[in-house]
Design a protein around this ligand. Structure first.
Ligand SMILES: Nc1ncnc2c1ncn2[C@@H]1O[C@H](COP(=O)(O)OP(=O)(O)OP(=O)(O)O)[C@@H](O)[C@H]1O
Ligand SMILES: [Mg+2]
Length: 310
């Protein structure tokens, strides 16, 4: 079974597609079979980042049964071992999935014959996005140093956490009062997630341990993209610490990915960034994050400025 990674993070434009596409390339270059799936269903554009245009098959041809097996919709890219699954157009159907269609896609993703499957999610906290995130083995949040991005990332993490809490309450026989307390978070202002969980635990102490353990299984990896040199280098670690203090889940900061004007150039040229500009600090950052993501501990130092193509 493939290892599934989901890239989410609330804010539009933080770099979820850029980071997932380029990490996919890095993993494919290590000889792993990688499938990138564009689950930004209303606005797919991942295929453009890897130089493909006008896909003839995709998620919607799988949903309408013209293609039986999701793996048959995987499009090869210029990078050996790297495939992309997208939608053939921004169809209303695929942009607004029914529950059964979402389950069909999730089941098919689990069966894909690959080493790694990377899910590129859209911005926001709709149930589809949260459920695709939770269906992965590992969720990654891509954020930038801007306060608006931090704000949306925290909102995204809270939403994933509360969605997970509700899945747990559904799966296990919690008392009615404990469930009511959890659902109160839907009304008005969401209190702190820890507060909600603590209230559930107080109202059903017999299941407090189970709840804490289930939530602790939720692992988030954090990636700070568009990092600029004047920003505190430990910023990501600080966010990791705060999240670990405020949620029962596990947070790990994977690293900074440097801002680089050449990203724009590669997108304009419809070329894969790490293939076009391999000797930049941004490509080195992506390589290090790819290694950390899959548990390879090799770290490369950022190339010196004179060698860098920036
Ligand atoms: N490290 C970077 N350096 C410079 N520019 C970047 C970097 N990462 C992303 N960008 C820029 O940010 C833009 C948005 O990136 P991307 O499309 O990957 O974001 P996204 O999170 O997928 O957005 P959406 O939520 O709309 O899907 C890109 O077009 C690119 O120009
Ligand atoms: Mg995107």
């Amino acid at each position: 079974m493939a290892r599934i990674y989901a890239f989410g993070g609330g804010k539009g434009g933080s770099g979820k597609s850029f980071v997932s596409a380029n990490l996919g390339v890095m993993l494919a270059k290590q000889g792993k079979k990688v499938v990138l799936i564009d689950l930004d269903l209303g606005a797919p554009n991942l295929h453009t980042m890897v130089g493909l245009n006008d896909p003839k098959k995709g998620l919607n041809t799988f949903l309408n049964k013209s293609v039986k097996d999701l793996s048959l919709t995987a499009l090869p890219t210029e990078i050996p071992n790297l495939y992309v699954i997208t939608s053939t157009r921004c169809s209303l159907e695929v942009g607004n999935l029914f529950y059964a269609q979402k389950l069909k896609i999730i089941r098919a993703i689990w069966q894909l014959p690959a080493d790694y499957v990377l899910l590129d999610l859209g911005a926001g906290t709709t149930y589809n996005i949260l459920d695709f995130f939770l269906a992965s083995h590992q969720g990654l949040s891509v954020f930038t140093p801007e306060p608006t991005s931090i704000q949306n990332t925290v909102q995204f993490i809270k939403a994933v956490y509360l969605r997970k809490l509700k899945h747990i309450l559904k799966q296990h026989a919690f008392s009615t009062i404990a469930k009511e307390v959890a659902y109160e978070s839907d009304d008005g202002v969401v209190r702190s997630p820890l507060d909600i969980v603590d209230r559930v635990m107080r109202n059903d102490p017999s299941r407090a341990k189970l709840l804490r353990e289930e939530l602790h299984r939720l692992k988030f990896k954090l990636i700070l993209n568009q990092y600029r040199r004047h920003i505190d280098e430990t910023f990501g670690n600080k966010i990791e610490k705060i999240c670990n203090r405020h949620f029962y889940a596990q947070f790990q900061f994977l690293g900074n990915i440097a801002y680089n004007d050449r990203v724009y150039e590669s997108i304009m040229a419809r070329k894969i960034f790490v293939a076009k500009y391999p000797y930049t600090p941004t490509s080195t950052d992506l390589k290090n994050v790819a290694n950390d993501m899959v548990g390879n501990k090799v770290q490369e130092s950022t190339p010196k400025e004179k060698h860098a193509q920036i």
